[in-house]
Design a protein around this ligand. Structure first.
Ligand code: GLV
Ligand code: MN
Ligand code: MN
Length: 398
């Protein structure tokens, strides 16, 4: 089946009627349906499917072994996300395997398609959790203790979905099998729109991280509490949101976002007792922590002014990544020198890049929009991407 055909099969899974788009979060019902779908499709191609200690699914074409050529992406989404971020890479990998089989190709090297768990961090807060666990770039105890919005821990969710939470953590044996990793992904900005090419090779990923700001004040009555008597944590939270934009605007090429803000208890006639907000900050090079320090100072000043307290917790951080030079050159050479693109989006390939030669292919997105229902790729570009992936996998695995 074509990559577009495969995406069509999962078109109805995890639609979010409230937000629009898709909400498919690690180990929830829609994501489990997608996992089952992937397993069936991979088995149908004659691949052997297993799930590792960290909830990542592997589909092996031939026996597993060292120096494996591995491709894949993720099936989870952000809340109300698009149809392509993640599933495009998985569908293209399956389509590429089918196309290679139809050509009579058999890999000489071990070969696997992988689906990484919780790439978006949409449920447990840490992006690329599956690949961070595989590579040991997050402490296993920290991961086990991560909680979703309902207080369910990653360990509990893991146990419920059938793998042993005690075995969660670095998996050097499996990581050691990967010789090269290539992830195909929808382009998430406007990078390819004016370049006249449906496909690009990834060059770099910007340093990025997430911080939780918890403002604590005095919960109280919205009518009976005089303004002068309040310690309302919504005020420093709001001041922090505007400080994020103001301070980031002063740093070249910085991106900083507050996309989630949760007042507790969250009643219209209730002065909140606490407000949590999450900062997503990304600056090329080493400037992200510096920008965040300035934001923290602004948050502390705003909290003090209102008689509130703020605590700040770093939930994740990743340095800049430059994808493997030799692999990038090979990908470009085999694909007739398509453009190279940097990205501000994070990826499992960027986590793996610290351990094994890794690379990325991007497929043109005519809206330039992502993490939104408007994310898009034309069917012709989807097929061009899958064909490009088949070309590079054939070269790598022969
Ligand atoms: C994932 O897409 C991210 O960059 O947040
Ligand atoms: Mn994403
Ligand atoms: Mn993605």
């Amino acid at each position: 089946m074509t990559a577009s055909g495969l995406l069509g099969e999962i078109d109805g899974v995890g639609r979010d009627r409230k937000r629009g788009g898709y909400s498919r979060h690690a180990f929830d019902a829609p994501e489990q349906d997608l996992r089952a779908w992937f397993g069936e499709r991979a088995l149908g191609l004659g691949l052997d499917v297993d799930t590792d200690h960290n909830g990542n699914i592997w589909a092996w074409w031939g026996p597993p072994g060292p120096d494996a050529v591995v491709t894949g992406s993720h099936l989870d989404s952000v809340p109300g996300g698009g149809a392509f971020d993640g599933p495009l890479g998985v569908a293209s990998a399956l389509a590429a395997v089918e196309a290679l089989q139809a050509r009579g190709f058999r890999p000489t090297k071990p070969f696997a398609v992988v689906v990484f768990a919780e790439e978006e961090g949409g449920r447990f807060g840490v992006p690329c959790l599956g690949s961070r666990l595989l590579t040991g770039t997050i402490d296993a105890d920290k991961a086990r203790g991560l909680r979703d919005a309902d207080g369910v821990t990653f360990a509990e969710a893991a146990a419920k979905s059938g793998f042993d939470p005690d075995r969660v953590g670095a998996d050097p044996a499996r990581l050691g099998l990967i010789g090269k990793f290539v992830e195909l992904h929808v382009e998430q900005g406007r990078g390819l729109i004016d370049l006249g090419s449906p496909v690009a090779v990834g060059s770099t990923v910007i340093a990025h991280g997430r911080w939780r700001f918890s403002f604590a004040g005095q919960g109280n009555h919205a009518g009976a509490t005089l303004l002068a008597d309040r310690a309302d944590p919504m005020l420093p939270a709001a001041a922090t949101v505007t400080a994020v934009r103001r301070l980031a605007a002063g740093v070249p090429d910085a991106r900083a976002t507050v996309g989630r803000l949760v007042p507790t208890p969250g009643g219209t006639n209730v002065i909140a007792s606490t407000v949590d907000l999450w900062l997503d900050a990304r600056v090329p090079g080493t400037a992200t922590p510096e920008l965040v320090s300035e934001i923290v100072l602004a948050a502390e000043a705003a909290a003090a002014e209102e008689g509130c307290r703020v605590t700040v917790t770093r939930e994740s951080y990743s340095d800049d990544v430059v994808f493997d030079d030799a692999l990038r050159r090979d990908l470009g050479g085999w694909l007739g020198a398509p453009p190279e693109l940097p990205t501000g989006a994070g990826h499992d390939a960027a986590v793996l890049a610290g351990f094994v030669p890794s690379g990325m292919l991007y497929v043109r997105n005519p809206t330039g929009i992502s993490h939104s229902p408007e994310e898009f790729a034309e069917a012709g570009d989807v097929e061009a991407g899958a064909a490009a992936l088949a070309t590079v996998l054939e070269r790598l695995a022969r």
